[in-house]
Design a protein around this ligand. Sequence first.
Ligand code: NAD
Ligand code: ZN
Length: 248
Amino acid sequence: MQNILKDVAKMIIGSRYCIAFTGAGISAESGIPTFRGAGGLWEKYKPEELATPEAFTRNPKLVWEWYKWRLELVFKAKPNPAHKVLARLEELGVIKCVITQNVDGLHREAGSKCVVELHGNIRRARCIKCGYTITWDKPPEEIPPRCPQCRSLLRPDVVWFGEPLPENEWRKAVEHASKADVIIVIGTSGVVYPAAMIPYIVKERGGVVIEVNVQDTAITNIADYVLRGKAGKIMVKLYELIKREVTS
Ligand code: NAD
Ligand code: ZN
């Protein structure tokens, strides 16, 4: 493992345009459950049955109860060492941008400046009628919450299953991926499309794919380097190796 880590560190240092692509697994150590393997109260509901426009039309209250629970976890959560390492590597000029599928906002909170949020942000809500948007600083009390302008229902400003990605964010993600010669893929199962195309764009253009995950995923078969373990632990080790080289 130590040898692979050294090779990966060298690869990242020598890169021209290194980016990171992250999923729910990078926030697991911050106490935010991933979709595959969530726990507690909501175990009996599948995210695919709640995070959809149809579920919201059928039962906005149920969908908002679930989001309120998730918002409570997000507001309690702090960026963990893996988020912080990505922010430090950007400061050092070693990585250029983080493309994330996460909606928790922890990359920005950790200090990353270039962040592309492909699936929106759970701390924001928007009116289904007039488009008014609101950013919460705590979970809403009224469930389901209503628009302060027109009293229609608000919805979480996130991308639900079956919905298109925000055009601007997708364009930016593809631009970064098209320039990248190295991509670090952290904590994603790689099954949610079109987001999961990002590592393939890098690979097809001859770039190097590094995977950081606790287990095999849909991306493992295209990965040039596989680092098995928790994101926090692995990213800290990688950072120590990179920092030593870059600052010496
Ligand atoms: P996923 O739940 O499908 O997969 C999580 C991945 O993380 C798995 O491959 C798992 O092995 C890995 N993992 C778990 N703990 C880890 C750790 N400590 N270190 C490294 N890897 C770890 O998540 P996904 O691929 O992001 O796709 C699910 C969708 O769910 C996304 O589109 C996202 O919008 C949404 N989501 C977001 C959050 C969040 O914002 N924190 C949380 C749950 C789901
Ligand atoms: Zn409104």
